[in-house]
Design a binder for this molecule. Structure first.
Ligand code: 8NA
Ligand code: MG
Ligand code: MG
Length: 345
């Protein structure tokens, strides 16, 4: 489809859910042989194996709240979104939430709360969380707002409800930007895609709060930009091992160690790769590659899924995968609603 086509919206929202559901199998694993990944993905095609339904985790649970809030309010409403996060957590606390964010979600359910951003600010002795929990649910902002400035502003505010460290919320801004550009067809020119992300993030990370947090955490002056430069170096190389990707970009629960990684996975899998079946579509390659990294596989595959899905569209997603992932059909429905909202504004 053309820029911002319905197929791209459906691809983005559905593939994010698939990445989460399919990636859950290897979450936290230190080493994942590609053979195990392919076996896991094959089992989804095999109805006789009766894999059953793969459940979604916190990534999708929170993304669904973001989507519902944006659709219901037809804009960003922090009170409404915070309420939905809290309600969702108390209804299903066992979705694999990060240890820290649970405290925020409990405080957000208090009826006496006057500032919905305060619980997030109190995290980690006032430094705020730098986890990838803001980024894992950032894709819907790119699907609700056509304007780049709005995507940046609302992805940031939406993340700040739980992640007040700039590395946490700027990771969400980067993820939303990547989905926004992919939706426009920007991945047809991968070099320009990464350059554009770097330019945007240069501005985002030049803010005082970002510079301060980077200094305190002893990171590079503009940490996400520095990682994006590494992504650009790695994507130019024809051969690169999984170990190098992990050591250069990371596979952990920090936004800094996972959002650039997800972007790299998408870029790397634009072409067929030796380690992956020839029969795979680009989207299947991307998800498989994310799982083979180990670490925070559900979240990295969820984020890469959103970016790749916006590029390849719904047609690249195997029906059998959609059938066995909880919430995939809902995501497809919501993508159609978001597409309408996006084209109304
Ligand atoms: P979060 O805000 O609780 O952050 C996740 C973790 O990062 C915290 O529990 C801390 O250990 C650490 N952390 C974050 N900020 C700081 C800080 N300023 N100082 C010290 N430590 C810090 O949760 P989240 O919403 O960001 O979630 C991130 C990931 O955790 C997601 O992948 C989610 O699925 C979840 N999770 C991951 C795993 C895994 O094995 N990778 C397992 C279960 C849950
Ligand atoms: Mg998860
Ligand atoms: Mg995770």
């Amino acid at each position: 489809g053309g820029p911002a086509s319905l197929s791209r919206f459906r691809g983005a929202l559905v593939a994010a859910v698939l990445g989460d559901c399919v990636g859950g199998e290897f979450e936290g694993a230190e080493e994942v042989p590609m053979e195990s990944v392919l076996q896991h993905l094959n089992s989804l095609d095999d109805e006789t194996k009766g894999t059953g339904i793969l459940e979604y985790s916190d990534d999708t649970a929170m993304a669904r709240c973001v989507v519902q809030s944006l659709l219901t309010r037809a804009s960003f409403d922090e009170q409404d979104m915070a309420r939905r996060f809290a309600k969702e957590y108390s209804a299903s606390p066992g979705r694999g939430y990060g240890a820290g964010v649970i405290q925020v979600l409990k405080k957000l359910s208090s009826p006496h709360l006057s500032d919905v951003y305060q619980p997030a600010r109190d995290q980690f002795n006032g430094r705020g969380s730098f986890g990838n929990g803001g980024a894992m649910r950032a894709a819907p902002f790119a699907l609700a707002f056509p304007d780049l400035a709005n995507v940046k502003m609302y992805a940031r505010l939406g993340a700040m409800l739980t992640h007040s460290c700039s590395l946490g919320y700027n990771g969400a801004v980067l993820q939303a930007l990547a989905v926004h550009l992919s939706l426009q067809g920007a991945l047809d020119l991968p070099q320009q895609f990464i350059s554009r992300l770097i330019t945007e993030m240069e501005e985002v990370e030049s803010e005082e709060a970002a510079r301060n947090d980077a200094r305190i955490l002893k990171e590079a002056e503009k940490p996400l930009c520095e990682r994006l430069h590494r992504v650009r170096d790695l994507m130019d190389r024809s051969k690169i091992s999984i170990e190098e990707v992990i050591s250069e970009l990371g596979n952990g629960i920090a936004a800094l160690h996972s959002v650039p990684t997800a972007i790299f996975c998408v870029l790397h899998c634009l072409q067929p790769r030796e380690c992956l079946p020839e029969s795979y579509s680009g989207l299947e390659r991307t998800i498989a590659y994310c799982l083979a990294l180990g670490g925070d596989t559900d979240t990295i595959a969820c984020m890469a899924g959103a970016i790749a899905g916006a590029h390849y569209g719904i047609e690249a997603i195997p029906q059998s995968w959609i059938k066995c992932c909880e919430g995939a059909e809902d995501a497809d429905m919501n993508a159609k609603r978001l597409h309408m909202l996006y084209h109304q504004s």
